[in-house]
Every structure is written in C-alpha cells, then in structure tokens.
Design a protein. Sequence first.
Lengths: 114, 110
Amino acid sequence: AQSVTQPDARVTVSEGASLQLRCKYSYSATPYLFWYVQYPRQGLQMLLKYYSGDPVVQGVNGFEAEFSKSDSSFHLRKASVHWSDSAVYFCAVSASSGSWQLIFGSGTQLTVMP
Amino acid sequence: AQTIHQWPVAEIKAVGSPLSLGCTIKGKSSPNLYWYWQATGGTLQQLFYSITVGQVESVVQLNLSASRPKDDQFILSTEKLLLSHSGFYLCAWDWGYEQYFGPGTRLTVL
C-alpha cells in the first residue's frame, strides 16, 4: 500500500538559516510526488512536483526538493528561510485508483524564529 | 484561469443537525472533483471523488455523502452530524496527476 512518512512533526529554525523537511514514501510504481504548504486557516498550495527526469526540482519561493529512488525520499529544502515561511508542509504521493488519489504525510509544522 | 470556490467559509452546527457544504469550479470543463477532510492539526484524507455528473465514488466512510448535481458543482452532506465531523473540508480538482485545492470550509460541531 502507498504511504508517506514525515518523521518531523515540528521544526523550528532561525530566520536566514537553511531548511530541510524530510519525506519518505512507499509506492510500488514510479511515484508522482508533491509538496504542499498550508498557511493558518487556509487551503493547500502546491510548492513543487516531481514526475521524472532531474531529481532536483525547483518550486516557488526558493524551495527545491530532491527525489531519491534508492532512499525512497523526497526531501524539501530551502537555502534561507523567512519568517513568512512559517506554515504546515505536507508531502504527498499521487496514486492512480480510478482517479488520482493524493496520499498525504502527517505534515511538518515549520516555525521560523525572527 | 481556473477558480474554485467553497461555501460556507465556516459553520458551527449542533450534533444531530444536517449539513451541506458546496464547491464550485469555474474555468475547467468536466473536471475530476475531490472532497478531503482534515482533522484539526491532522493530515488530509480523501473522502469522495467524482469524474462526471451524477457519479460519485466513496473512498472513506465517515457517515457523509456527496453528490455531483452539475458539471462544476460538488456537494458534501449528511443528515446527522457527529462530533467527529468537526474539521476542515477541502474541495479539489485535478489536472492529470496534480490536484489543486479550494480555500476550505471549517466545520465545528458542538
């Protein structure tokens, strides 16, 4: 069965520091992977996506993620975080089962300290 | 450009009362539509999906039902709310493998 694990429920970093949010997936076929961000009391916005090709994909607001098939991972990174990056980040894998079903990880609450 | 609208923005309802939440998408014909539920502080779980008018598939049973009365409309409802229905309800549409979400409806059941 497909699953997504985000091992860090909460991450706190200082403004200007680098960031890595971890994501491990379990999926039998080639995965379609996503990172979404959720600001307080809002819907989800897609940050970036990976289907194939270059394992490092660029997203919005300076975020990037790296796909590793050998490690079954899709970690999110940012070189220098801003206080406005504080939000909940979800990793997801898209699985086909009649329609496309997004399977989400449990999310990581990111707090950026000024 | 596609836009997705959900109504109401928030609801406070009593246990045992009925519920109807709506979702409308504009700018895309015959979209696949989805309902997700998010418990407070939790992850998202897909509830229903619909690929055409009048056809809805259930993914998770939570004593809720869904209907697709029009091509651009998706409705989530129940006759009797439970405390466990509280949370954030999100509607989404897809573009191939990608899903895009509406602003959500926050439901509080007391």
